[in-house]
Design a protein around this ligand. Structure first.
Ligand SMILES: [Zn+2]
Length: 367
């Protein structure tokens, strides 16, 4: 991957007529970022066991440090907060605000908590909007339910979120309208941020909690690449020491900044994610996915696999008998794809395996 970076940056310099000379780099230009400190006001978010440490305060502190870091290094980028003090903001307003402001990126900041007091969970995880795992009811899906259920604090939530029941993940499907181009950029942003967080003070355990997809209401309203970060666990004493100190919060913000910067310099695509091509040819990168099925012909939309996974994709390899390969997930590194693969194998796809795609064809996973 490393050797591709100069090629990509060089190419974009030539093609990008909007490049502003004199900036720290001359890759794609991001003009506006919306930072969303989760919860606030009457909604404290997750609480420490002694209830003294509140998620809403940690989120706000880290968000402000992150914004400051971006303003210091990139004064041309406009940083907007969904809240910069302890007030309640409805979930739909957060995403809608970013969309109305024509923001280029949206980062929602949260702190995790394990529902079961026996679970010793630690470390960061990063989420993007997606439906791949909407069928799952495991521990990690709990995060989606927990972050969505704050809409119950909103008085008119039943009419506002037309038919969405925060206790029923299946009803999330009505929100599943993000464009594929945006979802793809979100996954890349999520990978960059998760990687940077893992190198910061909240490393987590040896097994990376990774980048995941879930039906978050706050992300569903975003029309730009958007991620939701769960920095660490408030009920883990290890994580709490870092989350609860100003020094720890600054260090986490620094890692978020590095993840953002890596994405912006290397992977961000120009333009407002319009349907039409905008004349910028993407440099070819290898992406990693998990194949769960293959068939001789394209499966009908009524097939169980397609119904279970509305966002499943396929690639056609004409020289194979089972030429249609159906796969889930979209990662820029093989390790993350393997983590996702392990989860699928442990569940209903024991035969799942990682594949790599470059320029629209299968390539060896470890060349
Ligand atoms: Zn939260």
């Amino acid at each position: 991957m490393k050797k591709l970076i100069p090629v990509l940056v060089g190419f974009l310099c030539i093609c990008n007529s909007h490049a502003i000379m004199g900036q720290a780099f001359s890759g794609p230009v991001l003009r506006k970022i919306v930072i969303d400190p989760g919860h606030g006001g009457r909604d404290p978010g997750a609480l420490s066991p002694d209830r003294k440490l509140r998620e809403k305060d940690i989120n706000l502190a880290v968000a402000l440090y992150l914004g400051q870091e971006i303003k210091t290094h990139y004064p041309n980028i406009d940083v907007v907060y969904t809240r910069d003090k302890d007030v309640a903001v409805d979930l739909d307003k957060r995403g809608t605000m970013a969309s109305e402001l024509h923001a280029d990126l949206f980062i929602s900041i949260h702190v995790n908590s394990a529902r079961k007091s026996t679970t010793v969970a630690v470390g960061p995880e990063t989420w993007v909007f997606g439906g791949d795992r909407s069928q799952r009811k495991d521990d990690s899906y709990d995060v989606v339910l927990k972050e969505n259920e704050v809409i119950k604090f909103e008085e008119d939530y039943k009419t506002k979120y037309e038919g969405f029941d925060p206790d029923n993940p299946q009803s999330m499907i009505v929100f599943n309208f993000q464009k594929e181009a945006i979802m793809r950029q979100s996954r890349i942003l999520g990978s960059c941020i998760q990687q940077a967080l893992r190198e910061g003070p909240l490393r987590g355990s040896a097994k990376d909690r990774g980048m995941k997809e879930g039906g978050f209401v706050v992300l569903a309203y975003c029309s730009m690449p958007a991620v939701l970060v769960e920095m660490g666990f408030i009920n883990s004493a290890t994580d709490r020491r870092i989350l609860g100190s100003a020094d720890g919060q600054k260090k986490i913000a620094k890692q978020l900044f590095l993840g953002f910067e890596n994405y912006m310099k290397t992977y961000a695509e120009n333009g407002k994610y319009k349907e039409q091509k905008i004349g910028i040819k993407k440099a070819s990168i290898t992406t990693y996915h998990v194949q769960i099925a293959a068939s001789k012909t394209v499966l009908p939309s009524t097939h169980t696999v397609l119904k279970s996974y509305p966002s499943i994709k396929h690639i056609i390899c004409e020289d194979h008998i089972y030429k249609c390969k159906y796969f889930l997930g979209d990662f820029i590194n093989a390790v993350e794809a393997q983590n996702y693969c392990d989860e699928l194998r442990a569940g209903s796809h024991p035969d799942a395996f990682v594949i790599a795609i470059k320029d629209g064809r299968l390539v060896p996973v470890n060349p």
